[in-house]
Ligand binder design. Structure first.
Ligand code: RIB
Ligand code: CA
Length: 313
């Protein structure tokens, strides 16, 4: 069984919450070193609080949660309350977290973790805008070469954008951070809308969460019911795309997914296409490949894995 030492960087968000729960439900495969909150779906004071709410829901008030960057590297923060609700975890009410927030800044935690662990032993799972990660790379460039790999939810090619016609939200919010990460040379796996829009909930799948009969099952069912209304209305889809849980599922069972190793560059100059992931899927340029860009998954296996793991919490 593959074993990973992981930092989850996140902007919870209901789908982030399900991803974090999936990681916490996989202790034999994932040694979670810390959860670093970043501003994204909702402002930082909510994402750092939500991260702690999620850990406590899983009975894991021992997890180290850090607060990171409250705004993108160069731009004003854009949030997504229209998708995730005012709290970022609308859909169910959970108690205010009792567990502490760690003292040091998330960026310093990422740097210290990478410097004080053997090189290339830490995987970063990025579920939100890449501000914290890019800020760590800028603050101490020594850490870049020490990252084992980054698996990130972000971008789109065939699916194009969800926040603008050209861009997916995580990349759109902080395109300069994304450019730093995509040009860093770190081993990158990109989980774009092209694949997450195939990881759709359904009535049956949501009822399977609820049928777990646990607080986790109930919360996940209620979050996905809340979260799906946006995508159903916009895309006419059958259910909510579980974007961020695909990152953790890829770590646990990469064989569920398929993609190509290609060049992906980030648009940062144009206002019209800000944050677009220009993915050379068809190899029409001679730009060097820099990312495994995932295009498909076996959704039945994905949801079975997710439901089986959540049942253990
Ligand atoms: O575009 C989807 C991504 O943006 C997901 O990570 C969601 O949580 C939001 O952060
Ligand atoms: Ca997210």
């Amino acid at each position: 069984m593959n074993h990973h030492r992981v930092i989850i960087d996140t902007d919870p968000g209901q789908d982030d919450a399900v991803a974090i729960l999936l990681a916490l439900a996989s202790p034999k495969q994932i040694d979670l070193l810390g959860v670093t909150a970043v501003a994204g779906n909702v402002p930082l004071e909510l994402t750092q609080k939500n991260a702690r709410i999620i850990c406590e829901l899983a009975g894991r008030n021992d997890v180290k949660v850090f607060s990171g960057c409250h705004e993108p590297i160069e731009r004003k923060l854009v949030t997504a309350e229209h998708v995730h609700g005012k709290t970022g975890l609308d859909g169910t009410d959970l108690p205010y977290p009792q567990m502490p927030l760690q003292e040091i800044h998330a960026v310093d935690f990422i740097i210290h973790s990478l410097l004080n662990n053997p090189t290339k032993t830490i995987t970063i799972c990025a579920l939100g805008p890449l501000t914290n990660i890019a800020s760590a790379f800028k603050k101490d460039p020594r850490v870049v070469a020490r990252v084992k790999n980054i698996i990130l939810m972000g971008g789109a090619y065939f699916e194009v954008g969800n926040i603008t016609p050209a861009a997916e939200f995580n990349i759109f919010v902080d395109p300069e951070a994304a450019k730093i990460v995509f040009e860093s040379g770190v081993v990158l796996t990109v989980i774009p809308l092209d694949v997450t829009h195939k990881a759709l909930t359904s009535v049956k799948r949501v009822e399977a969460f609820r049928a777990l009969g646990t607080p986790v099952g109930k919360a996940v069912a209620e979050w996905t019911n809340f979260f799906e209304r946006f995508d159903k209305e916009k895309y006419g889809s059958i259910g909510a795309p579980l974007h961020d849980p695909c990152v953790i599922a890829y770590l646990l069972e990469p064989s569920i997914f398929s993609g190509r190793y290609i060049n992906v560059e980030i648009e940062t100059k144009s206002a019209l296409t800000r944050g677009m992931t220009v993915a050379d899927w068809w190899g029409v340029t001679n730009r060097k490949a820099n990312a495994t860009f995932i295009g498909n998954l076996n959704d039945e296996k994905f949801f079975s894995l997710l439901t089986e793991k959540l049942a253990t919490l």
